[in-house]
Write a protein that binds this ligand. Sequence first.
Ligand code: SAM
Length: 250
Amino acid sequence: ELSKRLSVVAELLREQRVADIGSDHALLPVYLIREKLATAVVAGEYNPGPLAAARRQVKAAGLSGRVDVRGGDGLEVLVPGEVEAICLAGMGGGLIRDILEKGRREGKLEGVRELVLQPNIGAELVRAWLVRHDWYLDAERILEEDGKIYEVLRASRPAESRSLNARLYADGALVLGGGRALPGRQLYRLGPWLLREAGAVWRRHWESEQAKLERVAAGLGKASGPEAKDKAREVQVQIETIKEVLACTS
Ligand code: SAM
């Protein structure tokens, strides 16, 4: 059975011709075909071990005609125009952003209408990249599985992406204490839809981020020197922001 995390990725996908990049065991492609959520899937893998595992899995499922397993780096395995949607799941946000950026420069995003992205960490890097390249973040989910919290983002490219993004990340999505507006750029971390929804899992995620930062702050408090002081101040500002956001969304 598919993990909850990958089920959410599958649920957000709307397009029929899909690429799953960094597919590992090709669990998502096999599921998408079996559940008739996609008609054809390209499974891309860079590393030989997972690539062999993906090939085995697809063959065992009898889906070699529908899932095309290809070895290569990021989007280089794609022919421009062949897929409508790209999934990148279970990687760091920095890697997801780098793969998208390299693919964009090589024209691999032409004809792609949808991105479904599941960064394990560093989701803010992905959100910032999407805005920079006029992809509109049209859905976000957050879920907990086996004690870990995951964010899943979906982006598309409507004609009015730029104004939609401007509205999505406008200052003041949340009014903080003293009538101050939350700066829009904070939404790259918090998630613009996740913040508006402020569900239980999202709150737990930010409570645990706050606790982590407090441990960092305690460590820095013991260190001396101007760099540690600067860092401590920065961490303190982050802690205060999280506290305020949690207070204002409860
Ligand atoms: N997408 C699957 C999931 O969400 O369960 C697998 C996630 S796995 C942790 C990340 C996979 O990405 C690994 O199998 C790794 O080999 C692959 N990978 C890392 N960098 C890659 C790249 N530049 N191009 C293609 N695959 C890559």
